[in-house]
Design a protein around this ligand. Sequence first.
Ligand SMILES: [Ca+2]
Ligand SMILES: [Ca+2]
Ligand SMILES: [Ca+2]
Length: 372
Amino acid sequence: MKKVSLLLVCFGFLALGSSTSSAKDKRVIVKFKGATRADLVWANGGIVENEFRILKGVSAVIPEERLARLWAHPAVEYIEEDRLVYAIGKKPPSQPAQTVPWGVSKVNAPLAWTLTTGYNVNVCVVDTGIELTHPDLKDNIAWNVSFVTGAKTGNDDNGHGTHVAGIIAGVNNSIGVVGVAYDVNLAAVKVLNKSGSGYTSWVIKGIEWCVANNMDVINLSLSSETYSQAEEEAINTAYNAGLVIVAAAGNDAQTGNNVQYPAAYSTVLAVSATNKDNAIASFSSYGDWVDIAAPGVDIYSTYKGGTYATLSGTSMAAPHVAGCAAALLAFNPALTNAEVYAKLTSTATDLGSAGWDAYFGWGLVNLYAALQ
Ligand SMILES: [Ca+2]
Ligand SMILES: [Ca+2]
Ligand SMILES: [Ca+2]
């Protein structure tokens, strides 16, 4: 077995069983004035899940943009959210007020938000999944799928992928955090299990899904010290299909600084981690394959259980760059992946020794500069 680790702490890469659903669909209860008209739900692109006998209505999943039209139909009495109900004492934690995490500010995302917020760009988080019900993420999760044996959906039972997703696209609302590109469509692609490990074959299936489903950007906050020809071929195919592929450089600086894959494949943008003072993180792997740097120390983001957590790792650095790539693509959809790589690296803020170096690559990613 090939071991792949999450670049947060050390973790290992197996597949099947998949499901997809769109969270931009809404779960609703539809009550009718007379006889139940399930046909109206179907006619509006919805899926009827239950027909009630106790009242003249149905529960359904329906695209948000069709709700108004359905409600306007004379046969419909009302539509309400199919709200979550909790066992007494099991309410989710109350939500903190929204703050902008330091890393999001450091890459100049807030300055860029008047120009782009990532709208209409599709970003695959190939990881432990994303918590599908997280109040600060759910509105941005458009797809979920699992390639982990025993896991049926892209829901995150670990926490790592949820943290990564919040850095890219925490929702801009009144709670929690806000992501670098808070209007993208996220795909929760689960390839790592509850303990944060998975087989290379699961990762390959995840990348295959991203290509088959017209994704624009893939974030890979995972790694292995062992080269895989199959994984490299899958990533090269994704690159040749036009996708931007961002990977964490690894957390191996103090434990051998071995070359890390997939970061070291030539078609991948490899990201090292910096702290608040723009110094390289002590754990951040370095080498001639590092392309760019981003915040990765003490990063506050979304976490499982509807909560938030502060974590460190190149796992946290890569999604800052993935978010910048998505925002750049939303701003200029004509850019190729090679042009996105070139824009981000040529406009990065040089750190360390002059020009490219093995710690920071071309420097600290700067979204606002990349848009000029
Ligand atoms: Ca928020
Ligand atoms: Ca590279
Ligand atoms: Ca430099």
